[in-house]
Design a binder for this molecule. Structure first.
Ligand SMILES: CNc1nc2cc3nc[nH]c(=O)c3cc2[nH]1
Length: 375
């Protein structure tokens, strides 16, 4: 259940609260990505100290390895990974198309050879629902087709219509196998497609909402489309989604993009950038990304950042640069912790700004100060 706690007079930003079986999520929220049942290099207790309220897991990866038999035997994903707060799982369609080999898309679902050992597999709406029920995630995403970008209107329409037919099959599966609602019941989010076409986005939103899910994601974003399309798609879609349900922009985004999407009515975000860029030595700062492998930091003994997590205090840029250049694991860990702190505190500052009625000033400050060029 989603409660709308406050709205911002200057934009469509909202402050909300989403109740799930493993706990309450304050929105707007950033969700660290834990693809293979771990947020890479970060301990669950460190995630709690970062105030991570919910993390993401990937159905495709966990189904391929270690498999639902093992995770089911462990009592579900929470027990398996020793994380007792909420988990959202993506439904796998996106990963099949971004990772698997020899994919064949049919009405019934996707046939493919998995990316690990090439074993032929099949993933369809009902399978995706069964896997996520076994994983026991708090929020399960419907099985959809992430429409590639760019594409012609007719292709976007047929892809969106397939996503709607698959959503109907998910709806039927849920009604048959998980009829109970409230309490410990798994939540299901629909995913709106339609590429960069307003008529398709609006039709998909209306038909998805008519099927009645617990929240809605905007899919088909962060697939190479220009930022202005990304923002326009959010503007077209959010007004057609229920005010009293959560909206989730999948796979987004940079700090300014997140703030601009909050301003357009998005409540939830997941993005691999904070942890992925940490692996190549890039730390987020309010003034933009800073690549610590750069020689200019060789004798820079200032702290990584004035605004960082307690676990990252006491380490200089020069030291972290040394760790990254020598592939020392501590370097990866320190920058991952710092970047997750940056993204999680960005969301918590947005929540406070909406509560205090100063979101417009917060939005202007973040966007003006952040330069997309690495320092
Ligand atoms: C990193 N960008 C990105 N991650 C995504 C995951 C998704 N899952 C389901 N459906 C989507 O449309 C979708 C789009 C996405 N874009």
């Amino acid at each position: 259940m989603f409660e709308l706690l406050a709205t911002d007079p200057s934009s469509s930003a909202r402050r909300g609260r989403l109740t799930t079986p493993h706990g309450v999520i304050e929105t707007p929220i950033f969700m660290p990505v834990g693809t293979q049942a771990t947020v890479k290099a970060v301990h669950p207790q460190e995630l709690r100290s970062l105030d991570a309220q919910i993390i993401l897991g990937n159905t495709y990866h966990l189904w391929v390895r270690p498999g639902t038999e093992i995770i089911g035997a462990a009592g579900g994903l929470h027990k398996f990974m020793n994380w007792d707060r909420p988990i959202l799982t993506d439904s796998g369609g996106f990963q099949v198309f971004s990772l698997a080999k020899l994919r064949k898309l049919k009405e019934e679902g996707c046939y493919f050879n998995n990316h690990v050992d090439g074993t032929p597999m099949f993933l369809g709406p009902e399978t995706a629902m069964e896997i996520q029920a076994t994983l026991g995630s708090d929020i399960a995403m419907l099985f959809d087709e992430c429409t590639p970008w760019p594409c012609k209107h007719e292709d976007a329409r047929s892809s969106m219509e397939l996503t709607l037919r698959w959503a109907r099959r998910c709806r039927d599966w849920i009604d048959k196998h998980q009829p109970q609602t409230g309490g410990g019941a798994q939540l299901h989010f629909g995913i709106v497609q339609g590429s960069t076409f307003e008529d398709l986005r609006q039709r998909c939103a209306r038909e998805m909402v008519a099927m009645g899910f617990s929240g809605y994601a905007i899919g088909g974003l962060s697939v190479g489309e220009p930022e202005e399309d990304m923002m326009r798609i959010a503007e077209w879609t959010c007004p057609l989604l229920p005010q009293n349900q959560a909206r989730y922009a999948m796979g987004l985004g940079t700090p300014p993009q997140i703030v601009e999407l909050i301003a357009r009515g998005i409540d939830m975000f997941d993005c691999v950038l904070p942890t992925r860029l940490a692996r190549n030595g890039t730390a987020y700062t309010h003034d933009g990304p800073m690549n610590l492998r750069n020689n200019k930091f060789a004798k820079d003994f200032r702290p990584l950042s004035e605004d960082t997590h307690p676990l990252c205090q006491g380490f200089s840029r020069a030291y972290i640069r040394h760790l990254i250049n020598t592939q020392e694991v501590l370097g990866l860990r320190l920058i991952s912790l710092h970047n997750l702190h940056f993204y999680l505190s960005l969301a918590s500052r947005a929540r406070l700004a909406i509560e205090q009625g100063c979101f417009a000033e917060f939005r202007a400050e973040v966007v003006a100060r952040y330069q997309n060029r690495p320092e």
